[in-house]
Design a protein around this ligand. Structure first.
Ligand code: HEC
Length: 205
């Protein structure tokens, strides 16, 4: 049996692979929602926030092509991180974590039974390449479904929307197999945490 560190390493590799496939799928003749920053190595904190604010209208316009309500709504929800931070597990992208009103306990202690049905957590993402090009990344969503949806996944439905609004997959639906790596890695966070990893402490607001 694989140790959890090994499993984590494998799922990270799967995630990076999916990211590479997505980035090469971008049509270079029709660049979507990207621009260049002068000093890519310095993009953090307030700088990362500036890049994010500049990108956001394009980014959300892309997600909205999915026609999913969450893609339209999430920017009005509470954001649980102060400024975009680099996430190694989410494809070495800059990410932000949002939660809807039902999931308001996301930032504090999760209740013993987990977050309530109807909780929706959203992580948007962008990439800054070594030469300073900025691209939207995928939108990752977790939605708490009613009991019976997927007990092993603590009834979380995982959804991934690509920067152009296309659906990469959702557990229990399209491309379920391609979405299992989400469940596997999040399960390692444990039942007590309701399979959640939370914003790293130094990036919380
Ligand atoms: C290799 C492990 C790993 C994989 C694979 C993974 N995640 Fe995560 N996820 C994390 C970690 C760690 C965090 C919190 C810290 C961060 O942002 O890096 C997180 C945070 C999240 C959050 C915010 C809720 C929380 O747990 O705090 C959502 C939503 C999310 N991931 C969705 C997804 C979806 C959808 C997929 C699959 C497309 C996925 N994740 C794949 C590790 C992973």
């Amino acid at each position: 049996m694989l140790g959890s560190t090994m499993r984590l390493a494998l799922t990270v590799a799967a995630w990076a692979g999916a990211a590479a496939a997505q980035e090469t799928a971008d049509d270079p003749l029709h660049p979507r929602s990207h621009f260049r920053v002068e000093h890519p190595a310095e993009v953090q904190g307030a700088q990362a926030e500036e890049v994010y604010e500049r990108l956001l209208p394009n980014m959300t316009a892309g997600y909205r092509l999915s026609d999913l309500a969450v893609a339209r709504d999430y920017v009005r929800w509470r954001r649980f991180n102060a400024t975009p931070y680099l996430s190694a597990t989410h494809g070495s992208r800059y990410v932000n974590n949002y939660a809807n009103g039902v999931a308001r306990d996301y930032g504090a202690d999760v209740p013993p039974g987990g977050l309530p049905v109807g909780s929706v957590l959203v992580k948007d993402a962008f990439t800054v390449t070594e030469d300073g090009m900025v691209f939207s990344g995928p939108l990752a969503v977790m939605e708490k479904m009613p009991a019976g949806f997927d007990k092993a996944a603590r009834n979380w439905k995982y959804v991934q929307i690509m920067p152009d609004g296309s659906l990469f997959g959702e557990t229990g639906g399209e491309n379920d197999a391609g979405m299992r790596f989400c469940v596997e890695c999040h399960a390692l966070a444990g039942d007590e945490a309701d399979h959640l990893y939370f914003v790293p402490p130094q990036h919380r607001n």
